[in-house]
Design a protein around this ligand. Structure first.
Ligand SMILES: Cc1cc2nc3c(=O)[nH]c(=O)nc-3n(C[C@H](O)[C@H](O)[C@H](O)COP(=O)(O)OP(=O)(O)OC[C@H]3O[C@@H](n4cnc5c(N)ncnc54)[C@H](O)[C@@H]3O)c2cc1C
Length: 428
């Protein structure tokens, strides 16, 4: 027995699902078709992740979006991004009544500095274009049925001509995105590459000095090595916390640690606390400082390069006395200190887990999706969008851009393909 019929059913009302549903409804309307678009979500309150995003301000997108800001199959990502570039995102949000402002980092936020502005605008538009929005409708199974699909959920079964899977990944599972969508995708024969937390803080060994520095942030160059080979190098702000390290540069690099650890590889994360300077340059500088200021303390000289608290902690970490006079610093102490400054190996115990990860690395392979439409190459009429796919962006609004873009492409394509065939769902 079906108790509901839809032309396009969207599973998951996050950023991607809301965009997909709106694009589908608007495209159907433009084509003169009165379409039935249904948006199902397991959560009682919609948009929890949008509301917590960007520290409650929602970093909607970034002024400059390139494939290099993402990880995954970059050729496919380039093609997908080209279909709905950032200018269109900005214009689309304006059409929803959300003006965006640019911050010095290039990140774009709503001028209200309130994520609720974004969520409300999307929900208002969804209702305005006649989408039936059903919170508290957890989907347990999607199967093909005749020319369409059966979507089983907590209140019954919906029959749909087109289905969009927009269930997100595994990050922040209390919002409803708990990875169940991978099971739905696998049910259609899709593969799912290993999923690990990305944009996630890292926990350091208890013996480390991080808790002494809690709250301190400064620039660092981070280098990730997997089985001895450099896989990533980036410079940015690191934040010391009571548990370990966080901040944009750590969050961005974390995926290399989680992915490699997950496959049992040896992964090391090194920090250069004086970005841009090599060990040799540092040594030269240090020797000159000792000659010019022999009676200054070690900590005072080091704090020219790094924050005071870090200088002190590094001295102690290297078993050096921070108050020792420069003239008296033994050569082997100097070598240890300079090596810690330029190539500090972070003793990482684990990542902070799904409850603190902003996004998922891994998912449904992009190669299994038609990048022009986001339609599954395995199952006609099925669309896969957003974080569920094997694509993750760096911090800065890139993950939402992926959600808006894939949602928009899928919504338009699903509606066009439905209008073209106009096969009404059969009753069962
Ligand atoms: C704390 C935090 C801050 C972030 N800040 C930013 C930011 O500022 N900028 C940025 O670009 N990105 C940010 N991100 C990442 C961004 O939120 C995600 O990339 C984006 O929300 C993914 O959108 P999505 O629609 O694919 O998935 P989601 O937003 O996760 O939505 C999936 C929806 O599917 C529903 N669902 C799941 N399973 C089922 C089921 N079986 N049945 C029915 N419904 C189901 C869920 O309830 C959920 O509503 C942040 C993430 C977090 C966790």
């Amino acid at each position: 027995m079906t108790d509901d019929v839809a032309d396009v059913a969207v599973v998951g009302a996050g950023a991607a699902g809301l965009t997909g549903a709106i694009a589908a409804a608007e495209t159907l309307a433009q084509g003169g078709t009165s379409g039935r678009v249904l948006l199902l979500d397991g959560a009682k309150q919609l948009g929890a992740k949008i509301l917590v995003s960007g520290g409650g301000r929602c970093n909607v997108t970034h002024e400059a979006i390139t494939p290099k800001d993402f990880f995954g199959n970059r050729n496919i990502i380039r093609n997908v991004l080209a279909a709905f570039p950032v200018e269109r995102t900005i214009a689309w949000f304006k059409s929803l009544g959300v003006d965006l402002k640019r911050e010095p980092t290039g990140k774009l936020f709503p001028i209200t500095d309130d994520a609720r502005t974004v969520l409300n605008a999307l929900l208002d538009r969804a209702r305005g274009v006649g989408i039936t929005v059903r919170p508290n409708h957890r989907v347990s199974e999607v199967t093909t049925s005749g020319a369409g699909f059966l979507v089983r959920h907590s209140h019954g079964v919906t029959q749909a001509s087109r289905v969009m899977l927009a269930t997100g990944g595994r990050s922040l599972p209390r919002t409803g995105s708990d990875g169940f969508g991978y099971r739905l995708a696998r049910g259609f024969g899709h593969r799912v590459t290993p999923t690990v937390p990305a944009l996630v803080p890292l926990i350091l060994a208890r013996s480390m000095f991080h808790s002494m520095l809690s709250g301190l942030s400064h620039d660092v160059e981070l280098i990730a090595l997997v089985d001895g080979r450099e896989v990533d190098r980036r410079t940015g702000s690191l934040l010391w916390t009571h548990f370990g390290i966080s901040g944009p540069v750590v969050m961005d690099a974390s995926r290399f640690w989680t992915l490699a650890t997950n496959r049992g590889a040896q992964v090391d994360l090194y920090g250069n606390f004086v970005p841009g300077r090599t060990s040799d340059e540092l040594k030269e500088w240090f020797v000159a400082q000792a000659a010019d200021h022999p009676r200054r303390s070690l900590a005072r000289i080091l704090s020219i390069l790094v924050p005071d608290r870090l200088a002190e902690s590094l001295c102690r970490h290297c078993s050096c006395n921070p108050q020792e006079l420069m003239a008296q610093v033994a050569r082997r102490d100097r070598e240890r200190l300079l090596s810690a400054l330029a190539r500090f190996r972070f003793p990482i115990e684990r990542d902070r887990g799904w409850n603190f990860a902003e996004v998922t690395a891994g998912g449904v392979p992009l190669e299994e999706i038609n990048y022009r439409t986001m339609e599954s190459k395995l199952v006609p009429g099925l669309y896969v969008i957003g974080e569920l796919l094997d694509c993750d962006g760096r911090i800065g609004g890139f993950n939402f851009q992926w959600a808006w873009t894939t949602g928009w492409l899928a919504g338009q394509s699903a509606a066009r393909s439905f209008s073209a065939t106009k096969v009404p769902p059969r009753s069962v």
